[in-house]
Design a protein. Structure first.
Length: 301
């Protein structure tokens, strides 16, 4: 099967490589000519514009978009909607907000185009292990793309599925990322407690490795924790600053909208925000208040 790939960041490039190895033809475009050149050396057909990419595909065309969420995705999909023809398919494999995906599906449908939103998980390991894909959109379009999904997934029938209508793929991926926030926070807190118990002189990498087999807390995230601790037991050179992609925020907002309590996910997001405050004014206020009502000592800066 022949497919267009727009966006050759690390994941887009790795997906292109996996598709090529799976026997598919891929036409690639990226604003970086260097990225396009690298993909071409790996066997992809190069395009220097979206127009050129579309011309190299045969109807019904399928174009997979892997660019940053927000305005870059919006601009790319709008441009493709003008270039493609009725019956063609646009796939958004990035971390778009599901509400945007629902709107975009309705927008491109006016041109007779199908829109498939694919929540994609797997990160840099997807090239080797395969990608977990949560897919939303029209069933006929998803069925047409089945050979692509089967190649990108860990197995032909595992790690991917059509979960519902337009927007549902990115919605499920949003909740997936919210859960990920909570899991990572729990591991971080647990290993922090272990690290502070100095009298036992615990080897944290050893503990993580023990838990990887037979334990009820075993997971791929724990595998990665074990590897990270093995390489850098003291986390030397790593600033305690944790960024977020935005999906955790969307998950918390959705929980509020649906009146669903989600304290673990919410607090894990707030802890990420706290990590970015080198000088927390709020903490200073609390310290001052404790001094005012109870005479508790205040530490000087």
């Amino acid at each position: 099967m022949k497919i267009g790939m727009v966006g050759l960041g690390r994941m887009g490039a790795n997906m292109t490589t996996r598709l090529l190895k799976g026997g598919h033809s891929v036409v690639v475009y990226d604003r970086s000519a260097e990225a396009v050149g690298t993909a071409a050396k790996g066997g992809a057909a190069a395009a220097d514009s979206l127009e050129t990419l579309v011309r190299q595909l045969s109807a019904p065309r399928a174009v997979w978009v892997m660019v940053p969420s927000g305005e870059p995705t919006e601009q790319t999909i709008c441009a493709l909607a003008e270039l493609l023809e009725s019956g063609d398919i646009i796939i958004d494999g990035g971390n778009s907000n599901y509400k945007d995906s629902m709107r975009r599906a309705a927008m491109v449908a006016k041109n007779g185009l199908a829109f498939v939103d694919v929540g994609t998980s797997g990160g840099i390991w997807g090239l080797k292990e395969g990608y977990s894909m949560m897919i939303g959109g029209d069933k006929a379009a998803v069925d047409h793309m089945r050979p692509i999904f089967e190649t990108l997934a860990p197995g032909k029938t595992t790690g991917w599925g059509h979960v519902g209508p337009s927007g549902s793929g990115h919605f499920v991926k949003m909740i997936h990322n919210g859960i990920e926030y909570g899991l990572m926070q729990a591991y971080a807190e647990g290993f922090s407690i272990l690290e502070h118990k100095q009298e036992f002189d615990l080897d944290l990498a050893q503990v993580a490795n023990i838990w990887r087999t037979g334990s009820v807390v075993r997971s791929w995230l724990l595998d990665l924790t074990s590897e990270a601790l093995g390489k850098n037991p003291q986390m030397a050179g790593i600033a305690p600053y944790v960024d977020d992609s935005g999906e955790g925020r969307w998950t918390v907002a959705e929980a509020i909208d649906e009146d669903v309590p989600a304290p673990v996910i919410t607090l894990s997001l707030l802890m990420r925000l706290r990590s970015r405050q080198e000088d927390s004014f709020g903490a200073k206020v609390i310290a001052a208040l404790r001094n005012e009502f109870g005479g508790h000592a205040v530490k000087g800066s």
